[in-house]
Design a protein around this ligand. Structure first.
Ligand SMILES: Cc1ncc(COP(=O)(O)O)c(C=O)c1O
Length: 375
């Protein structure tokens, strides 16, 4: 018997599984022997990476020195569209790191956080790691129920997460409802507004920073992983009051943002041509998928993002497996809190067509059950 080291593990982590990202192309090649699967599972940019970012990366002369830790020029650039200074901007190794830093800085074991359900899985996972308690408030038609979330706040609540647009449903909260919620939320509770997909509505999108101006205990999160096509470089950023930025900086690793990430991010932010091309492709692909799925009698949440969330007449896991066998990788909603749904990234025209064709083969074999919209 090999020795067990479970005694070393914090009790909060017993029975805990690692975060499960969407299936990778490498995994499908290895496990299923499919050489070129169509990948619509991780909400990546199907057009690739910003060409300006790639050119900037090619001009990096050295990686031998430690990068400037404060990334002052980059933070100034990020604050500029909103009239904010560098002091209002915090940078992370992806916005995922900033979510984790919120827990490290603010959340003790036994504290509470409030989230929607379903929503981005990392909020709950990081809370579990912190031995915090997550109050999950069911969405209505894929949209955050902000009144119910407000009612769920208790004196133990440290953080409320609003994911807008929401992953995995794709739905948005109304701007006025968001402002009313922000005004009503206790001023000493941190509101984290995760806007990873916000650029798909409009690139600047001011309401996050408008919320910050209304209530100072706010952190607005953005990323270059999606519309700029830079998921691999790992760069995300946040807007908050300098005091909050300072607390997050206290607990982050030194040099958490690499030179490659900083160089690529700053170049991508000015790549207006690539962003415009991505928005055109995404709008066309969204229409292709939404119309195609609705014509097949399948319910789709209105999407403000680069993915659609569709109800299927079998379990999400069964649909995912069946599509995988046909060479199309999507995400099952079952493990995302969206039973009997799939989350499908909007791909190129031919990727989307391949998905719809594979689905047609399956719909002929599945029961024609009335489609229930899940929350
Ligand atoms: C809602 C949401 N927030 C944050 C992230 C993480 O982004 P990043 O790549 O910047 O860590 C994602 C990525 O899928 C996401 O869907």
């Amino acid at each position: 018997m090999p020795p067990s080291f479970e005694r070393l593990l914090r009790p909060a982590l017993r029975g805990f599984a690692p975060y499960k990202p969407g299936t990778s192309v490498e995994e499908v090649r290895r496990r299923h022997g499919i050489a070129s699967p169509v990948k619509l599972s991780q909400n990546e940019n199907p057009l690739g990476s910003s060409p300006r970012a790639m050119a900037a990366l090619a001009s990096v002369a050295t990686l031998s020195d430690y990068v400037e830790d404060e990334h002052h020029a980059l933070r100034e650039r990020l604050g500029r569209p909103y009239g904010l200074g560098a002091g209002h901007v915090v940078c992370g190794h992806g916005s995922n790191e900033l979510i984790q830093l919120v827990f490290t800085a603010f959340v003790d074991p036994g504290d509470e956080i409030v989230t929607a359900h379903p929503t981005f899985a990392l909020f709950r996972k990081d809370a579990d790691v912190a031995a915090a308690h997550t109050i999950e408030v069911p969405c209505r038609d894929g949209v955050h129920d902000l009144d119910a979330m407000l009612a769920a706040v208790t004196p133990r609540t440290k953080v409320v997460f609003v994911c807008d647009p929401n992953n995995p449903t794709g739905a948005r909260v109304e701007r006025d409802a968001l402002f009313a919620f922000a005004d009503a939320l206790a001023p000493d509770v941190l509101l984290v507004l995760d806007q990873a997909y916000r650029e798909y509505m409009d690139v600047v999108g001011t309401e996050g920073v408008d919320v910050l101006r209304r209530r100072p205990a706010t952190l607005v999160l953005r990323t270059v992983s999606k519309i700029y096509g830079l998921a691999s470089v790992r760069f995300g950023y946040g807007y908050a009051m300098p005091e909050i930025v300072g607390y997050l900086n206290r607990v982050r690793l030194p040099f958490n943002v690499s030179r490659t990430a900083a160089v690529a991010a700053v170049a991508a932010l000015d790549d207006h041509a690539f962003v415009a091309q991505t928005l055109r492709s995404n709008a066309a692909g969204k229409a292709q998928l939404t119309d195609g799925l609705e014509r097949r009698g399948l319910h789709v949440y209105p999407s403000a993002t680069n993915f659609v969330s569709v109800a299927v007449p079998v379990s999400g896991d069964a649909a995912y497996e069946a599509l995988l066998e046909r060479g199309v990788i999507v995400r099952s909603g079952d493990g995302l809190g969206m039973p009997n749904r799939l989350r499908v990234t909007i791909g190129t025209h031919s990727d989307n067509a391949a998905f719809l064709a594979a689905l047609d083969g399956l719909l002929a074999t599945w029961p024609r059950a009335p489609v229930e919209a899940t929350p």
